[in-house]
Design a binder for this molecule. Structure first.
Ligand code: WT7
Length: 636
């Protein structure tokens, strides 16, 4: 596959890609191994929506990630795994070894009754078995649905049930810094309310002896002994499902974003290569968890499709100390490092000595993803980590886009702090006003939408196509709406401002306000709640919850803790509200709609410009809310 190497070449390629998109993507796709070539590159309409890429083509993505490399890269490292504890031995898997493991694992899935099209839920720590399990599903045409292992049993059960998963893959426990978490127990709890699950496959990570339900639960190690190391790759249609990944939106229930085999393969491979400019002997590290789309596309699929060496890290940036990222970079000579602004900000809060103790000489390209990066964090990353010599690619994209959409390309593109930059080839972003009218001039701001399909655009939301249509394709006619606001500067560079819908981005994790409100309302002492995001120095946004309790309930710290517990139980620790403010009433319009704008302003501490409050049913509640916010105790 061709890699763009100068900015002029980018400009020319970009122009080509939008003038003749089918030819452009057809050319890229021809670099892969297809069992049958496609009948049409692209068919689409954004009305239904109905989008197909490489229709009629047959392939298996794992053949392109593994088999294809065996001859030239069989002994090259595919995955380097760094454990949570730096004293524990790391794992290195060559392409040949990975290929065998994936085939064997795929045979285990088959022996448990998994067939093409079945859904397999993966709830696992960041260990090699997780990556292997993902590819094993793809090998046999099963649809994987990875659920981040920080979600609660309740959230896990919802996702298993929505996908009607037949098998769940997990481990005895997991390491997170100094803590160990019993994940198998979380699965057991979830499965009390999941009827579709027939089998559970368990990896041994901690040497624990969890309860194993007879007939349902199986140790991976035992099953591996029974199967062969060869497993033919299932021929898949380009538009067959590859995976489902749940993400939050503005309604209460997370939705299953669906990606398909052909387009996702072509786009993640292309973007990986061009954004990170990875050379044959480079070592690439993306620090995300495979539970999020970043891990899917840029730990597993993108790197392995390109025959690169990808590093997978089990731990956290601050364990055993806040120098861990930098220690790992020096240990393996990492060349491209891809992380989240929230991690950078968290590390900035510690002594700079943690960075200065390491050479970081191997680094060539730095990347960020997940949320807007503030200029201070950008400069710190550029100066202290990149030593002023590494470009930063600020990659804007979404679970729904499958791969990077707007970003610099290694050292090929000009960069500007806090700006994602220019669209990738094939990507046609537009800014629109409230009415959906395209704003064509530069030096402007608007809602970010995309006017033409790219190969890894989501195809549907699992089990509910109408929801996909309403969420992404109905706000503006013939446009995919991102939910983000953005600016475009004089040179046409994009700067993402953040979500303009009811989505809060906490440490790069997406939550719908309604989702958190629903969770809080499960507490029996609560009548109603309203949740907003506010600027948080490390997490990007924090969660501020306004809560109305039932009459006669005593308000104290214990009640706050109880409500937080409710959220942890319903969603997981990652969704903990930082602030809980008890209120007598919420600012509602006569039609009963909560005016979140006011609640947001109060949470931001900006109460001088609340705007028009005349449409409120009871404008006086606002004064009480402001007073309450001023005396708020911040809970951690
Ligand atoms: C939302 C998507 C894409 C993988 C991680 C998050 C925000 C993402 C950036 C960036 C500013 C960004 C947007 C987007 N976002 N990358 N470089 N600059 N904002 O995936 O959970 O689907 O969230 O994350 O608001 O809509 P996600």
């Amino acid at each position: 596959m061709h890699t763009i190497s100068t900015f002029e070449e980018y400009q020319k390629t970009y122009q080509d890609s939008i003038e003749r998109p089918e030819q452009f993507w057809g050319d890229v796709a021809s670099h892969f191994q297809w069992k049958k070539t496609w009948d049409s590159v692209l068919e689409w309409n954004f009305e239904e929506p109905h989008i197909t890429w490489f229709k009629g083509g047959k392939l298996n993505i794992t053949e392109n990630m593994l088999d294809r490399h065996l001859e030239s890269r069989g002994n090259k490292l595919a995955i380097i795994w760094e454990p949570n504890d730096p004293k524990e031995k790391f794992v290195r898997l060559t392409y040949k070894e990975l290929y065998e493991r994936v085939c064997q694992y795929a045979n285990v899935l088959k022996s448990l009754g998994v067939k093409k099209g079945d859904r397999v839920c993966i709830y696992m720590p960041m260990i090699p078995d997780l990556a292997v399990a993902v590819m094993a599903c793809a090998r046999i045409g099963a649809v994987h649905s990875v659920v981040f292992a920080g979600f609660s049993s309740h959230a896990l059960a919802d996702r298993i049930n929505d996908a009607q998963a037949k098998v769940v893959i997990t481990s005895d426990g997991l390491n997170r810094g100094a803590k160990q978490i019993p994940v198998k127990r979380v699965v057991d709890e979830a499965l009390l309310s999941c009827e579709s699950v027939e089998k559970v496959l368990v990896s041994n990570r901690l040497g624990w002896i969890p309860a194993m339900k007879k007939g349902r639960d199986h140790w991976l190690e035992d099953e591996l002994k029974l199967v062969s190391k060869e497993c033919p790759a299932e021929p898949m249609d380009a538009e067959d499902l590859l995976f489902i990944l749940y993400t939050s939106g503005s309604t209460g229930k997370p939705k299953g974003v669906v990606h398909t085999c052909g387009g996702y393969m072509v786009y993640t491979a292309y973007t990986f290569q061009n954004v990170f400019q990875c050379k044959e002997s480079d070592i690439f590290w993306c620090s995300a968890d495979i539970g999020w789309v970043t891990g899917h596309s840029y730990i597993i699929y993108g790197p392995l499709l390109n025959g690169a060496t990808t590093l997978m890290f089990e731990g956290v940036p601050t364990y055993p100390d806040p120098g861990r990222f930098w220690q790992v970079i020096d240990k393996y000579g990492v060349n491209q490092f891809y992380t989240a602004p929230t991690a950078i900000r968290a590390l900035m809060a510690h002594s700079i000595d943690h960075v200065l103790s390491y050479s970081l000489d191997s680094l060539k390209v730095l990347g960020t993803v997940g949320e807007p990066i503030n200029e201070e964090a950008w400069h710190w990353y550029h100066l202290h980590v990149g030593k002023g010599r590494c470009p930063i690619v600020d990659t804007w994209w979404q679970t729904e886009t499958g791969g990077v959409m707007i970003s610099g390309l290694g050292n090929v593109s000009p960069m500007k702090p806090a700006h994602a930059g220019y669209p990738l080839p094939g990507v046609q972003p537009v800014l629109v006003d409230q009415e959906g009218k395209e704003i064509t001039e530069n030096n402007t701001e608007g809602y970010l939408a995309i006017k033409f399909p790219w190969p890894s655009i989501l195809r549907t939301t699992y089990g509910d196509h109408n929801r996909c249509k309403l969420t992404y394709f109905s706000a503006y006619k013939n446009l995919y709406f991102t939910g983000d606001g953005a600016k475009r500067d004089d040179n046409g560079m994009y700067r993402i401002i953040g979500r303009v819908d009811d989505v809060i981005n906490v440490s790069g994790h997406r939550f719908g306000t309604a989702e958190i409100e629903n969770a809080i309302n499960q507490n029996k002492k609560v009548v109603e709640s309203a949740v907003v995001g506010y600027p948080h120095s490390i997490k990007g946004q924090g969660i501020h919850a306004y809560v109305i309790t039932k009459p006669g309930i005593e308000i104290n710290d214990l009640l706050r803790e109880e409500i937080i517990e409710t959220v942890v139980h319903q969603i997981g620790k990652i969704a903990k509200p930082e602030r809980i403010q008890f209120v007598e009433g919420l600012p509602k319009t006569r039609s009963g709609k909560i005016m979140r704008r006011i609640l947001r302003k109060v949470a931001e501490g900006d109460t001088r410009s609340l705007g028009d409050t005349s449409t409120l049913l009871d404008p006086l509640v606002v004064d009480d809310i402001i007073k309450g916010a001023e005396s708020l105790v911040v809970v951690r």
